[in-house]
Design a protein around this ligand. Structure first.
Ligand code: SF4
Length: 264
């Protein structure tokens, strides 16, 4: 069996516990306005021209984002870092894009890791059929689960999909004592509004076993990627968040009893 990925990051430290190897799956059913990885959204490999500069001369290079890899090849790459995982209580993190878009491939590779004692994290939007989430929960040690907008109409407007199934899946994981760390992308004027913050806090209060949230700040460094990939950038001149704004938000979430980290 093969899957399509677009990057592998070794020695990652923000995608779960310990030292991790992060595998970026290509393809995402959402189209978030603020997406920092627009090259991850299409499941198909995409070509673009990279401009390299040397001694004031420009060199153009055609690059393809995304490639096919088999379960066996990928497992070999993941196992290469096993010694670092063991030393640091780390492991592998499946990220994207949305790995659940390739759920059969994800299941196979996560199962191979589990069977060989490698800790598995899934960084997910939670947008998948209930059956898929429930099956994958058997081979995932920790879910890094996005929580963006609670209002369904806003969720559809800013991400392109309904939030109802996402919240149902999150509740199922929580009810079944799965290890979940919430991830809240802090997007000025979209997710970081008084109403959405209150809605999120009210939703979190209904969870019984989920006590940790990461705040992921909006930044503007991906703006140029949209031009390169010929995609529309909808965030206009929205500025990055200040450290003060983030600290204030951290305090607000801490007041609900949650453990709060900035940046994962
Ligand atoms: S869920 Fe993540 S990868 Fe998918 S569009 Fe949104 S920000 Fe991008």
């Amino acid at each position: 069996m093969t899957g399509t990925i677009f990057d592998i990051k070794h020695f990652a430290i923000h995608d779960g516990q310990g030292i991790r190897q992060t595998i970026f799956f290509k393809g995402c059913p959402l189209t978030c306005w603020w997406c920092h990885n627009p090259e991850s959204q299409s499941i198909k490999p995409e070509k673009f021209t990279r401009v390299n500069k040397l001694d004031n001369k420009e060199f153009l290079k055609k690059v393809t984002i995304g490639y096919q890899v088999s379960v066996e090849e990928l497992f070999k790459t993941i196992s290469g870092d096993k010694i670092f995982f063991e030393e640091s209580n780390g492991g592998v993190t499946f990220s994207g894009g949305e790995p659940l878009m390739q759920s059969e491939f994800l299941f196979e590779i996560a199962q191979a890791c589990k069977q060989n004692g490698i800790h598995t994290c899934l960084d997910t939007t939670g947008f998948a059929p209930e059956k898929t989430i429930q099956e994958i929960a058997g081979v995932i040690d920790c879910f890094l689960f996005d929580i963006k907008l609670i209002d369904n109409e806003f969720h559809k407007k800013y991400t392109g999909v309904s939030v109802d199934g996402i919240l149902r899946n999150l509740k199922w994981l929580d009810k079944n004592h799965k290890n979940v760390i919430l991830r809240f992308p802090v997007i000025p004027g979209i997710t970081n509004t008084e109403k959405n913050l209150n809605d999120i806090k009210a939703f979190i209060a209904t969870l019984k076993n989920t006590h940790h949230i990461d705040l992921l700040p909006f930044h503007t460094i991906s703006k140029s990627k949209y031009k390169r990939f010929n995609k529309e950038y909808k965030m206009g001149d929205t500025p990055a968040l200040s450290d003060d704004d983030l600290l204030l938000l951290k305090t607000k979430f801490e007041s609900t009893g949650m453990k709060v980290s900035i940046g994962g």
